[in-house]
Design a protein around this ligand. Structure first.
Ligand code: FES
Length: 219
């Protein structure tokens, strides 16, 4: 964490782990940009809507987007969540990044990765990285909703789960969630999921997926 303060912000009462939040994280948590406390009264003012729930912690994230029709850029991105402080700070930063300087095109906004948001925040505690992914996933859903409304079906990204371990019915999404919860090698993922135990033929694929998601979320 580049911008870490010396003072400990939170001590996890179960693990004793010390968490630090940067001043930027605190600013976005205490003064979230583009946050809605309530659902918009008139949703038709917005061009698209998306919602996701996080299987990792049960929290949800909802977004509403306005597009500037003259240049197809993101003019406004409002959001509402029951996520934690890190989710609030990360989504606040994400919404600022895609709307600042006249906004990004949807294609460019979709390229903003959780680690780009983390960099602008100066980092998050490791266990909180999965919280920053809620914004990314909710935005993908919102963009899909927009593409569907304007008939650009080929741009819709479908996040379908694929079964990797047929004996235990474990999907690539389960492996993704395990990585987001901090399991970043085969041993740690197997502690959570038992994936591949009894099916040695799938271990290479499981390891590839762990590497892929580790790279995607932790850079
Ligand atoms: S959003 Fe669930 S723990 Fe942060």
């Amino acid at each position: 964490m580049d911008n870490a303060k010396k003072d400990i912000d939170v001590i996890n009462q179960y693990t004793g782990e010390k968490w630090y939040y940067t001043d930027i994280v605190k600013d976005h948590f205490f003064n979230p940009r583009n946050l809605l406390w309530e659902r918009p009264k008139d949703e038709s003012e917005y061009d698209a809507h998306g919602m996701v729930g996080s299987p990792a912690c049960g929290d949800m994230m909802e977004m509403w987007m306005k597009i500037d029709k003259t240049n197809e850029k993101v003019a406004d991105l409002k959001w509402k969540t029951f996520g934690c402080a890190s989710a609030i700070a990360a989504t606040s930063m994400f919404s600022a990044m895609v709307t600042e300087n006249d906004g990004l095109s949807i294609e460019d906004a979709l390229k903003v990765r959780p680690q780009d948001v983390m960099k602008r925040l100066g980092g998050l505690p490791n266990r909180k990285i999965h919280c920053s992914v809620l914004a990314d996933k909710a935005f993908q859903k919102t963009a899909n909703d927009y593409f569907r409304k304007i008939g650009e079906y080929s741009k819709i990204v479908v996040d379908g789960a694929r079964v990797i371990d047929t004996k235990l019915n474990i999907t690539d999404k389960d492996i993704e969630e395990a990585v987001l919860e901090g399991a970043i090698n085969l041993e740690e993922v197997q502690k959570k999921l038992k994936v591949g135990i009894g099916s040695p033929e799938i271990i290479t694929e499981v390891e590839q997926l762990i590497r892929f998601y580790k790279d995607k979320y932790y850079g």
